[in-house]
Design a protein around this ligand. Structure first.
Ligand code: COA
Ligand code: AMP
Length: 626
């Protein structure tokens, strides 16, 4: 039996033994005596009764083991031309002192802290400081506009909000403080404390706002906080992600399962050893940033690179190769969009020849489908394995992967390879019957999910059950569709719901529709995710005007684009607006978004038997079809 088959079988035949073994790689205050608590099935908890501190596992234990002088975090800002290094000892000191600041502000275990920050080291420091005192962080991506921040504040009810004067995007400065002030004004909840890390590059500071505190001044006078003992089942963080409605879902991650799973994944999925330099080019605002910029690499004593910049234009398409070469990166994890952007700007990889990237062993890709063209190009120019893997905010780590540290398998382009130990992946049809090898259906995971996956949705068990558990008894619904081939390779074809994926960012078409529909000229609208060569998908809006409204297309488009940017954020990349006479619907009134997408993308489609008025679809095909 292969190593992979053996480990997979062990994880399913004896999950208790498997995960208790994996738990030995974590330092516990009170070690687990049992792995799984299934008393409230189908809601499961991992490592009941155990306690630990996640920041101790990420920092203190490595200092104690002699890694104090090793780099823990290298901040490389292509936006400012700065590199800043933190050894494990220095990072521990910063984290303990910022934890002291939070404690002095009355932040206690279980309290929520919203972190709205750009890609600067203080973002990671704030996260780890929360972990140190048992507070629950909720990081909000800096590309979200004030109303999105306000929604998350209201849901998490934070006692404190940690931010910075702003972020840097190519060609413009994003001032965060007006956004934060506006979000707090919009929200029903007001965080007691606001702490601002000042950046010289961005105007605005805590001093401009009554009662807001300056990060540096507070840290200068702070006493370091001791780590708290936290139950394995206590929440470490909430991370909001797009669901099918406008209201984001607050995915809750616990402490114990998270530490065990991420530690296991760094070794077995990514093949990373202590002391190696690992780089995830994402943002701390996404799950990839939580798991693999901050927690994963630090939990195993590796060095993590935190990059503020883009794959292209900061200053050129050699940026990624420069960072690999400057810091001796052994593995890079990024989104396929980033690789496509580099390829588009530099198809012959001329920039690559300027750098020594011989340290690079593997390129990992996730966040969206790795299309075979991009896979082939990256494999050819880099000459190292390009490894796709599939997961989601909810799972926090890979569901399907090629396990580089365990037993790399032959790669099939277009497939993230095989289920990771702990995940029993199956394909079910709409009625819940198993689909034979090669047949497309709903990708589901048999319960229980392994440690590290979502413990629930923040204070919304009903939505947790309705979104993930109720559709198929005994299974977790991933929301993706795909198939498993006769060799057991999983192929992920796309979402089966109204979630879209733009440049590896997950967005809800429902949220964009809500903003578009609120325009006074719009009677109704549909937003669908259509194919985009660079970003994988992009949102495209189809609007029906109210009777008698006279507005020219350009004005309408400009106004709608501005509204989406102001309400959701630039990251929604909403630019396409088409006025149509009517939207095709089923007799029960459901808009045929999938059919619309297929028409626009020039794909084959079947006209649903439940269609209300086939003439509407015919008119749309005339207007939009190929
Ligand atoms: N704060 C404020 N604005 C942000 C932002 C942030 N943190 N991140 C992105 N934006 C803005 C961008 O400036 C852009 O604004 P614009 O419309 O005014 O130009 C808009 O949001 C869209 O951003 P993006 O989708 O990143 O497109 P881009 O054209 O700026 O860059 C790529 C294109 C391919 C370089 C970029 O999409 C990329 O790096 N993709 C990789 C994605 C990734 O790492 N995903 C993580 C998931 S694993
Ligand atoms: P997020 O929660 O933002 O990480 O987005 C998760 C969604 O992104 C998944 O449900 C998939 O639709 C998509 N996704 C992530 N990784 C992959 C991948 N490797 N292949 C195909 N789709 C992916």
């Amino acid at each position: 039996m292969s190593d992979y088959a053996h480990e997979f079988a062990r994880s399913t035949d004896d999950p208790e033994g498997f995960w208790l073994d994996a738990a030995r790689d974590v330092d516990w205050i009170s070690p687990p005596t049992a792995a799984l608590d299934d008393t409230a099935a189908p809601i499961y908890r991992w490592f009941p009764g155990a306690s630990l501190n996640t920041s101790v596992n990420a920092l203190d234990r490595h200092v104690a083991a002699g890694r104090g002088d090793q780099d823990a975090l290298i901040w490389d800002s292509a936006m400012t031309g700065t590199v800043k290094r933190y050894t494990y000892r220095q990072l521990l000191d910063e984290v303990a002192r910022f934890a002291g600041v939070l404690t002095a502000q009355g932040v206690a275990a279980g309290d929520r802290v919203v972190i709205y920050m750009p890609m600067i080291p203080e973002a990671a420091i704030a996260m780890l400081a929360c972990a140190r005192i048992g507070a629950v962080h909720s990081v909000v991506f800096g590309g979200f506009a004030a109303p999105e921040l306000a929604t998350r504040i209201d849901d998490a009810e934070p006692v404190a909000l940690v931010t910075a004067s702003g972020g840097l995007e190519p060609g413009r400065v994003i001032e965060y403080l007006p956004l934060v002030a506006s979000a707090i004004e919009k929200a029903a909840i007001t965080p007691r404390t606001v702490i601002v890390k000042n950046r010289d590059e961005v105007p605005g500071s805590a001093a401009d706002h009554d009662g807001w505190l300056d990060w540096d001044a507070e840290v200068a006078g702070a006493a370091p906080a001791e780590p708290a003992a936290v139950a394995a089942t206590d929440p470490l963080y909430i991370l909001y992600t797009s669901g099918t409605t406008g209201k984001p879902k607050g995915v809750v991650r616990d402490n114990g399962g998270h530490a065990v799973a991420l530690t296991w994944s760094m070794k077995n999925v990514y093949g990373i050893s202590p002391g190696e330099v690992w780089w995830t080019a994402s943002d701390v605002g996404w799950v990839v940033g939580h798991s693999y910029i901050v927690y994963g690499p630090l939990l195993v004593g590796a060095t993590t690179v935190m990059y503020e910049g883009k794959p292209v234009g900061t200053p050129d398409a050699g940026a990624f190769w420069r960072v690999i070469s400057d810091h001796g990166v052994v593995a890079l994890f990024t989104a396929p969009t980033a690789i496509r952007a580099v390829r588009k700007a530099d198809p012959d990889a001329a920039e690559l020849a300027k750098y020594d990237v011989s340290s690079l062993r593997t390129l990992f890709a996730a966040g969206e489908r790795l299309d075979p063209d991009t896979f082939t190009w990256a494999s050819k120019v880099l000459g190292v394995p390009v490894v796709d893997h599939w997961w989601q905010t909810e799972t926090g780590w890979a569901i399907v992967a090629n396990l580089c540290g365990l037993e790399p398998m032959p790669i099939k382009a277009g497939s993230p390879t095989v289920p990771v130990p702990g995940y029993r992946v199956e394909i079910l049809d709409a009625a819940g019957a198993p689909v034979a090898a090669g047949g497309e259906g709903n990708i589901v995971v048999r319960l229980p999910l392994p440690p590290g996956t979502l413990a629930g949705l923040w204070r919304d068990e009903a939505r947790f059950r309705a979104s993930y558990l109720n559709t198929f008894d005994g299974y977790y619904l991933t929301g993706d569709s795909g198939y498993i081939d006769s060799d057991g390779y999983v192929f992920v074809l796309g979402r089966s719901d109204d979630v879209i994926n733009v440049a590896g960012h997950r967005l809800s078409t429902g949220a964009i529709e809500a903003v578009v529909a609120a325009h006074p000229a719009v009677a109704e609208c549909a937003v669908v995710g259509i194919h985009d060569d660079l970003k994988g998908q992009r949102p495209s809006g189809y609007v029906v005007l109210k009777a008698g409204v006279d507005i020219d297309g350009d004005t309408l488009r400009t106004e709608l684009v501005k509204r989406v940017r102001d309400e959701i954020g630039a990251v929604a990349t909403f630019r396409d607006v088409t006025v149509v006479d009517a939207l095709p619907k089923t007799r029960s009134g459901k808009i045929l978004r999938k059919t619309m997408r297929q028409i626009v993308d020039g794909e084959e489609y079947a006209v649903p038997s439940t269609i209300e008025d086939p003439a509407v679809l015919d008119a749309l095909i005339d207007q939009l079809g190929h």
